[in-house]
Design a protein. Structure first.
Length: 189
């Protein structure tokens, strides 16, 4: 089994710059940190690790990574963000939740997945969040607020990054989660 020490968790997350709403800017920075954790988890993995499927689950690291980016794009477009470019949408839609019963599409490299994650953020998520006004404004007809959508996305990245770690471990590569010490954030708004 190979072993790799991961990047430390960061506790000093500050609001991202260039956002209309400070609360949204903070959550955008937090989502960026969660994305970068996943990028760090997968960046050195070979294609056979990315495409490894455990038992009958139909889950692979590649599927989960594309699914996390798909979730961000999907939820943000529901709030009014522009649709992603056709090529990005086609790549991410391979891992829509509705397809989880089928075999996952393979990934050719970690850089392919990292590029998809970063494009989804740069082309859809971040532009929509930068211009968003009140984080507590209702953005979906059922009464869902932007804060609610963003909290869901935080949970989504956290939940699935744990699955990525488990699949990576089952494949034969241990990713050691590390902590930044001391855990005393000094965030200034």
């Amino acid at each position: 089994m190979t072993h790799r020490k991961g990047r430390p968790r960061h506790y000093d997350i500050a609001p991202a710059s260039g956002y209309a709403d400070q609360a949204t800017a903070f959550v955008a920075a937090w989502l960026a940190e969660l994305r970068e954790r996943v990028v760090d988890q997968i960046s050195n993995l070979p294609p056979d690790a990315l495409n490894y499927v455990s038992g009958p689950t139909k889950l692979s690291i590649a599927r989960l990574v594309r699914h996390m980016a798909w979730g961000e794009v999907g939820w943000m477009t529901r709030t009014g963000a522009p649709q992603p470019a056709e090529d990005l949408a086609a790549l991410l839609n391979t891992d829509a939740l509705s397809g989880f019963g089928t075999d996952p599409a393979p990934a050719s490299s970690a850089s392919e997945l990292v590029t998809a994650v970063r494009r989804a953020a740069a082309e859809v998520v971040e532009p929509a969040l930068r211009s968003a006004g009140d984080i507590d404004a209702v953005v979906i007809d059922d009464g869902t607020t932007l804060r609610g959508v963003l909290m869901h996305l935080q949970w989504h990245w956290t939940y699935h990054s744990g699955q990525v770690g488990l699949l990576q471990f089952e494949w034969g590569s241990d990713y050691e989660w590390t902590m930044h010490r001391p855990m005393s954030p000094t965030v200034t708004a």
